[in-house]
Write a protein that binds this ligand. Sequence first.
Ligand code: ANZ
Length: 938
Amino acid sequence: MRSEYQFRDIEKAWQGFWEQNQTFKAQVNPNKPKYYVLDMFPYPSGAGLHVGHPLGYIASDIMARYKRLQGYEVLHPMGFDSFGLPAEQYAIQTGQHPAITTEQNITRYIEQLKNMGFSFDWTREVRTSDPAYYKWTQWIFMQLFNSWYNQESDKAESIDTLTQRLAARGSVGLKAVCEDDVERISAEAWNAMGEEEQYAYLLNFRLAYLDDSVVNWCPQLGTVLANDEVKDGLSERGGYPVEQKKMRQWSMRITAYADRLLRGLEEVDWSDSLKEQQRNWIGKSIGTDVEFAIEGISDKKIKVFTTRVDTIYGVSFMVLAPEHEWVAELTKPEQQADVDAYITWTKSRSELDRVSEVKTVSGVFTGSYVINPLNNERVPLFLADYVLAGYGTGAVMGVPSGDQRDWNFAKHFDLPIPAILDAQKDIEKQADNTKEGKYINSGIINGMGYKEATNTLIQWLEEREIGKGKVQYRMRNAVFSRQRYWGEPVPVYFKPTASGQLLPYLIQESELPLELPKIDKYLPTETGEPPLGRAADSWKYQGQYDYEWSTMPGWAGSSWYWYRYMDAQNDAAFASAEAVNYWKAVDLYIGGSEHATGHLLYSRFWNKFLKDLGYVAEEEFAKKLINQGMIQGRSNFVYRVKNSDQVTFVSHGLKDQYDVAALHVDVNIVENDILDVKEFKRSRNDVPSDAQFILEDGKYVCGWEVEKMSKSKFNVVNPDDLIAKYGADTLRVYEMFLGPLEQFKPWNTNSISGSHNFLRKVWRLFFDEQAQKSVLVDAAATPEELKVLHMAIRKVQDDLERYSFNTVVSTLMICVNDLGQLKCHKKSVLRELVLLLSPYAPHMAEELWAALGEEAGSISHAKFPVFNPEFLVENEFNYPISFNGKVKLTLAFSATASPAEVEAGVLANEQVQKHLDGKAPSKVIVVPKRIVNIVLGK
Ligand code: ANZ
């Protein structure tokens, strides 16, 4: 038995014990309720973990350990999102296979994670780049390819049900999510098609499909990027320019799920801001398509999408996106030069510029006119880049009195601004986007309010077949192809038709996984084909048909991984039905807010799809989600005096007397902002040994600032160093103590010793370190001790149920201080304290549990203490304080206090005085251990 707090030995010993005994192995156990707590799995980068990374893992581990003590069967796994660009770029530079780098990085991550004492069930570890894992990612792709979305049943169905339907009734009246321009066909037409023609037709409906789409192409990276991988027109990784390019790509019909993705948000306990980000991304608009005839052209009509059809009598111009396909035809010769110049100019503008600049107006007249179908007025047709080609119909009806951009536009081009609502205030000054009041100058809707006008107009338009109510989403289908090596191969090969057209076919399920071929270099081919094209000579299906050369995007493997953890070794399914029906969904998911739209939307999409096919149990995969806040770095600075002959640094407090340059200094050689000058000189070759240091009180004081934690700022704190110095338990307690989990907060190593001292205090309740012996006693607990203990039990439990991890630490600190003051060394009390502490400091808790003489084995198998209110009521009662019968507050008094004592206490209370507002009560009635009623006169 160790009587000293030798945390290094203790932590190593218990980590070994857990591993040997598989203490945290989870099982399907129908006799117990389950709890599934999941961390967003990391990409194993070469830099290893810094102190910011484990924050979420510590919180989830605390929940896992707490729920185990509460009697749950807990699934708490960890794995690696191990396909990705950094390993591939390293491979390009060095020629080393990305699998090797990935393996090395994972080994390092696992070592670091094990050092922190996380209670992961390591037998369930997954790696997305492992063929045994990506076999199932490919399998899900195959299911998507084999499915279509039936809007009538509102779910995905096998493509076979579509073929049957087409054979019986054609596509007339079919309600399916498909490409916009799919030709409607009769059953006869379908049945008359050849097999290949039918196959090509079905591609329009499949949930995974090939399509020419405009994509973000990054020439330097040689790949397509997703929207969320592009920031301000540059690639998120590397910062290279990104251009818009039309390419034949695999896509996923996520838009089929737009409405369910919206509705599902009501079901989950996620933060409002996260839900709002998802809603904005999906961008549902309820509006109307309206067709405007074109003057002088009879076979075409321009369709606009508007959310305010009620404003149609206020239209004074129309705008097309500069990319609209009819621009050339609609431009009159006299306007040609202006239009060409304008289009050239808009090519330089990013989508962000186009939508965010409300004030600056730009546009050009085409020379053409359209006709407003409601009042037959001529409306001039413009081009302007505030209208986006990819949204709605790429055409907008301009209503200056209703929309601010339209108002600015009308002012700029001196167009009329008709008033259409009696409630409209000052349309000469600005647009008034109101739905209040009654319509004026508005033909068939004169005198109506917003709702009635809208319905009347939609009906009028629909009857004449020149308009239609429509729901529109901002969300686009997701481009799925990446021109990269280090990703999942798409399980598809191409076979030419008789006419020479290449059609995609799935390989057989029994042929999965389709493994990545070996290639000589990880670059695109000389002809610009993706890296897999380098293997083209040998990498063919049945030796003759080319496989798909692009790979899947980073999000494929991460869009379903929580299911693999349920049954990670299964060879016959991604997870057995038994496992899926037991673990169902994630009860608590913790990860960074940067995944708010990408990962969490794709995952919800795939989950809903798997649900439709009956493979999973729940419509939403993560019931509760918490975004941990980022831990920022606390940088330190030294101040170098400029233009001095000898290299000179001046301490922070004196720097204003000199002309100085601030330089980052490695925070690991600074303690409490005092620089270790010797180490500074030794470690930096830009600092000569005769460098001068101008000190304050004999010390060199550094300046500091809060910044992002990053290598380049020398402010990265490595958990391994802290664990070596203080132990993993201290680090765990400390990271939680920093503040609420969701908050952004700066790292400050200085106060970690406070958490360490707290754990030492706990230790001293058990041992006299000097005398090297246990001080535990068997005596019965006093009411005072029980009160201290049970106040802590209640608070710890309440706080953990609210995921308030930091306040638990202060509660434990108070409890330990109080027990210390009471000189409590009683086993029955300390036993419960250790249980409360164990989720936070699991190694120490195991050691103390053994010291208490508890049964051999892990504290993880014990039961969480049960709060007993009797130990508190004995001492205190919470009196509701009412004023003329209305309870305004509660105040606690000793349960033995006399009515007179309670009355005096109540009247002396500051809050009560506030309520009295200077008046004296006419009567105070104290009902002992019930209520206090203050009666006020008039
Ligand atoms: C007339 C009108 C009057 C409009 C009014 C608004 C207010 P959301 O909610 O984003 O769907 N619009 C339509 N297509 C567009 C495009 N491709 N690029 C830019 N703007 C476009 O907004 C839909 C509204 O945005 C539509 O309703 C249209 O302007 C504009 F008082 O039509 B509105």
